[in-house]
Design a protein around this ligand. Sequence first.
Ligand code: ZN
Ligand code: ZN
Ligand code: ZN
Ligand code: ZN
Length: 449
Amino acid sequence: MSGRHDKNYMDVDSDSGGSYIADDPDFNEGGARGTKGKGKKAVRRKETFKGKSKEQPYAWEASYTRSWDTVQEDDTGSLQNSVQDLLTQGRRRRLLAPAAAIRRTIIRHLVILLDLSSSMMDRDMRPTRFDLMLEYTREFVVEWFDQNPLGQIGVVGMRGGVGERIGEMVGNPQDVLRCLESRTKLEPTGEPSLQNAIEMARASMSHLPTHSSREILIMYGSLTTVDPGNIHDTLDACVRDKIRVSVVALAAEMKICREFCDKTGGSFGVALNEGHFKDILFELVPPPAQRAAAAAGPGKGSTADLMMMGFPTRLPDSSPRTLCVCHSEMKSEGFICPRCMAKLCDIPTDCDICGLMIVSSPHLARSYHHLFPVKAYTAVMELTPEERNTRLKMCYACSSPFKELQKTTITAPGLSPLDRYRCPNCKNDYCADCDLFVHDVVHVCPGCG
Ligand SMILES: [Zn+2]
Ligand SMILES: [Zn+2]
Ligand SMILES: [Zn+2]
Ligand SMILES: [Zn+2]
C-alpha cells in the first residue's frame, strides 16, 4: 500500500525533495543526521522482518508475544546466556553513542498529535491501536518529564476531520496525564486531518522564544488525511518556524508523513508490533541535538544565549491562604516569583504575571546530564599481577566483592569476565549492576563526583 502511495506522489514532487536541506545551512546537520538514521533504521527493520518471518509473519496472527518466548535456554537449560546477551546489547549501544559533547536543547516544547480517527479501533495491535497508544503515551509523558523537567507538553487530537485541543501546553506531568485519563472523552471517530492538527499545534508554539525547541510528535494510524488546503504549505510553514516533526506510524509509511520528518529534521518510524511501537516512541525521549550549532561555524556556534530564570521561594504549608495567579484558588502552599512576587502553584513554569521562567535547581541539574553524559565504562578483561595487589577487591560504588577469574565463564564482547567495569575518567572499577544504574538512572559517576 505504501509503495503505491509513494509512486503516485513521487512524480509530483520529486524535484522539490531535499531542496530545504541543500539551501539552508541551519539544516545541514539535521539533514545528514536524518539520512544516517534512516539507513540504520532501514537495516534494523529488515533484520526484524527476517527474524519475524520465521515464526510470526504478522502481528495479528499471534495474540500475544510472551516475554518468556523471546528468552532461549542453552543446552544445559540455563538462562545465563540470554541474560548476558541482553546486558551486552545495552552496553554495546552505549559504547556506540557519540562521546563528544553535543549541543542539545534542554528547554523543550512538544505537542503530541494523537490520531483519534476510526482506524484507531483496528485490532492489529492488542487490545486496539487506540488503547495501546493511550497506554504508551501515558508512559511516554512520565518518562519525558523525568528526562526533560524543563519541558512542556501539549496534546492535540485528530478526529472528525478537525484538530481538537485536548491539553494546553503545560510543564506539569500530572496535568498532561489528567487530559489523557478519560478513555471515553477521547473515543475515536471519523477521519483524521493532518493539516488542521498541525496548524493548531503550530499556532500554540508560535509565541515561543528561539532558545526553546519546538517539536511535534504524531502518532498516526490512518492511511488518509482530510485537509482543507494544500498540506505542502503547512510543511513549508513548519520548516520556516523550525518545528521538528516526528511521526510514529501504526499502519504503513505515508509519503507526506515521511516528507514532514525528512524536511523538518524529525524521525520517522513504522511500528511493526507492540514492542517496536514502544521502542520507536521512547527513542524520542532524549533531547534532540541542536541543528544550528554545528552549521553556524566555530565563532557563531560556540556562543550561547543567556536566559533569565528565577528561583522561587517556597511557601510553607502553614502559611495563610492566598489566591494563586494560575488558577485563582485559595491555597496555603505555593511558590513566590522572585521578580513580581506573584504566587504560583507549580514549578517549573513561566510566571503568569511577568513571564519570568521559574525553576528550581534540581530541575536544572536533572536536565544537565544530557549535555555531559557519563562516559561508557570499559570492560576489564584481566588484571596485571601488580593491579591484582593494588586494586580494590570490591565495587567502588556498592562495595560488593568482585568475582575471581573463572576459566569457564562465558564471555561475550563488551562483557568483563571479572565483572569489573572501569570508568575512563576516575579509573575506579564498578560492578555490572552499578554500571547500569550509573548510566541509566543517576547519570553521575560516583568516583568522578
Ligand atoms: Zn494555581
Ligand atoms: Zn513573576
Ligand atoms: Zn557495584
Ligand atoms: Zn568516574
